[in-house]
Design a protein around this ligand. Structure first.
Ligand code: NHR
Ligand code: GAR
Length: 203
């Protein structure tokens, strides 16, 4: 019933998951010294670094990552600020049990630098998306989304902070649905058994 979290940085989403009672049994970072490693260590969660820089190809890195994950035998693999694109083979191996939280309202603003790009585009709503990971970057079936307003005086940092607060509420909720066996995938669309809301709006 456990979750392995992959991350690259600060680890605030990891902390939110743990504090919400999501059973995280292992953490893997592709970056040595990532803040998320210390958050895991402080809570007694086994954490390890698999540095992508030590591998000659994406395939070789992903093979090492998969070996480490399979050693932990999780029910679910959750990306939480994980900054490396995964190979199609990796996505296929964990199909249906690999999820990500992305800092935009997908399908808008796939990829990186989402908050600066949202401000530059002049959108009035921004937010975050929890989705299943597929081979196509940031295009997997959407599990849940939370929207926030974009204000006229926002900087990428102020907007990111507003979105991050919603990430910390949305991600535990979505992973709990998964662990409770409540997510149904039909025709590329995700539904929650029981009909819980999958859309959230923060004023
Ligand atoms: N892999 C697949 N196959 N599919 C997805 O949907 C994925 C994925 C890997 C990561 C997270 C994603 C995000 O939420 C994610 C989704 C990294 C990049 C990226 O360009 C883009 C999107 C995401 C994560 N990474 C660069 C790369 O060359 C490296 C950037 C860096 O190290 O700073 O891998 O935003
Ligand atoms: C979060 O905003 C997450 O959505 C985003 O990085 C931040 C990680 O924060 N993810 C990506 O941009 C993936 N490419 P955290 O380390 O404090 O959880």
């Amino acid at each position: 019933m456990s979750v392995v979290v992959l991350l690259s940085g600060r680890g605030s989403n990891l902390r939110a998951l743990v504090e919400a009672g999501i059973p995280v049994s292992g953490v893997i970072s592709n970056v040595a010294g990532a803040g998320g490693l210390a958050i895991a260590a402080a809570r007694g969660i086994p954490a390890q670094t698999i540095a992508h820089r030590d591998f000659a190809s994406r395939e070789a890195f992903d093979a090492a990552l998969a070996a480490a994950i399979d050693g932990l035998a999780p029910k679910l693999v959750a990306l939480a600020g994980f900054m490396r694109i995964l190979t199609p083979g990796f996505a296929q191996r964990y199909a249906g049990r690999l999820v990500n939280i992305h800092p935009s309202l997908l399908p808008s603003f796939t990829g990186l630098d989402t908050h600066a790009r949202a401000i530059a585009a002049g959108v009035k709503l921004h937010g975050c998306t929890v989705h299943f990971v597929t081979a196509e970057l940031d295009h997997g079936p959407i599990i849940a989304q939370a929207a926030v307003p974009v204000r006229g005086d926002d900087t990428p940092d102020t907007l990111a902070a507003r979105v991050l607060r919603e990430e910390h509420a949305l991600y535990p909720r979505a992973l709990r649905w998964f662990l409770d066996g409540r997510l149904v995938l039909e025709n590329g669309q995700v539904r929650v058994k029981g009909g819980d809301a999958q859309a959230f709006f923060a004023a």
